[in-house]
Ligand binder design. Sequence first.
Ligand code: NAD
Length: 353
Amino acid sequence: MKIALLAGDGIGPEILAEAKKILEILRKEGQPIETEEALVGGAAYDATGEPLPAKTLDLVKRSDAVLFGAVGGPRYDTLPRDKRPEKAILGLRKECDFFANLRPATVFPELADASTLKAEVVSGLDIMIVRELTGDIYFGQPRGVSGNKGERVGINTMHYTEPQIRRILHVGFKTARARGKQLTSIDKMNVLETTQLWRDVADEIARDYPDVRLSHMLVDNCAMQLVRNPRQFDVVVTGNMFGDILSDEASMLTGSIGMLPSASLDANGKGLYEPIHGSAPDIAGKGLANPLAMILSMAMMFRYTFQRADIADRIEKAVRAALASGLRTADIAGTKSKPVTTTEMGSAVVKAL
Ligand code: NAD
C-alpha cells in the first residue's frame, strides 16, 4: 500500500499528523504500508515556485493513493491563477483522471444536535454523493463572453459524452451495491437534452445491476428533498455542476465541515483522499482544527483503494468511540462541552483503535 502524503498549507500539516499516527500503528501491526511525503500548494510554491512540482506529481503517479491535507491561504490569493495553491488540486485531478468524486454526508448520533436542521430529521443520516468531475458545463465548449458592452452574450455549454456518463454511473451502481442498494440519479431531463441522455444511459446500465434499485429525480426536487427528508437517500449520482451544489448542501446537513471526508477516484481505484474543508487559515497553528475529516478520509482510502473494509470499519469505529467518550474539538463542541485540541482528539482515536 504505497501512499503519498501531501500535507499542504494551513491546518493541512496539523490534521495529517494525526492521520499519520494511525498509519504508524497499522504498520506496526504488520500492514504493508509505505508512505512518502511531498510538498503541495502554497508550501510547494514557496519552495519551488510551483504549486504542483514535477517531483510531487511523480510521487503521486508512483503511489496507489494520496492523502491530501488542504491548500491555500490569503498570502497566495494575489498570485497569477496558474501559481495559486488550488491549482494543484485541479492539476492532480486532470493528470490522474480522478473523475469520480465520492462525498459521504454522515451524521454521527452523538452530533445530531450540531446540524441546523432538527435532530429528528438528520439523526442517522448516511448519504453518499457520487459526482462526475471531468465533464459538464465546467469544461464544455464554446464558452466565454462576447459582444459590445450593453449587448454582451455569455455562453457556457453543458456537454457529456456517453462514455463519460457510463463510467460515473457504474461507480454509482457499484457504490450502491456495497451499501443500501438504492441509487438516485439526478438530472434535469425536462429541460436539458444532455441530462435526458444521462437518464437513458442510467436506465440501460441498470440492467447490469438487478440488485440495485434505481430511481430518477430532478435536481430541483432533490435540492428540496435533501432538506425535507434527507434520510430517504442512500447513494446519489449526478453530473459535475449539480453534484457541486448538492454535495455542499448535503454536507451542511451534518453540521460540521471538520467531520467530512471525500475521495476522488480514477477508473482503476487509485484515489486522492481529502477532507472537504480548506486550509482554515483563521485557526491554523492554534491546535483548534478537527482532525476527524482527515482521519475519515483515510478510512475511505482503505475502503475504496485498498479494498480493506476491515481497516476502514475499525478506523470509523475508533472515531465513533472518541466522540462517544464526549471529546469535541471547538467546531463541534457547542456550548455544553469544553473543547479539546487537534492532538487530543487524534490521540483519543489512536487509543480507541
Ligand atoms: P475553509 O474550509 O478552510 O474554512 C471555512 C471555515 O471552517 C473556517 O472558519 C475554518 O476555521 C473552519 N474549518 C475548516 N476546517 C476545519 C476543521 N478541520 N476544524 C475546525 N474548523 C474548520 O474555507 P475557506 O476559509 O473558504 O478557505 C480557506 C482557504 O482554503 C482558501 O485559500 C481556499 O481557497 C482554500 N480551500 C482549499 C480546499 C482544498 O484544499 N481542497 C478546499 C476549500 C478551500
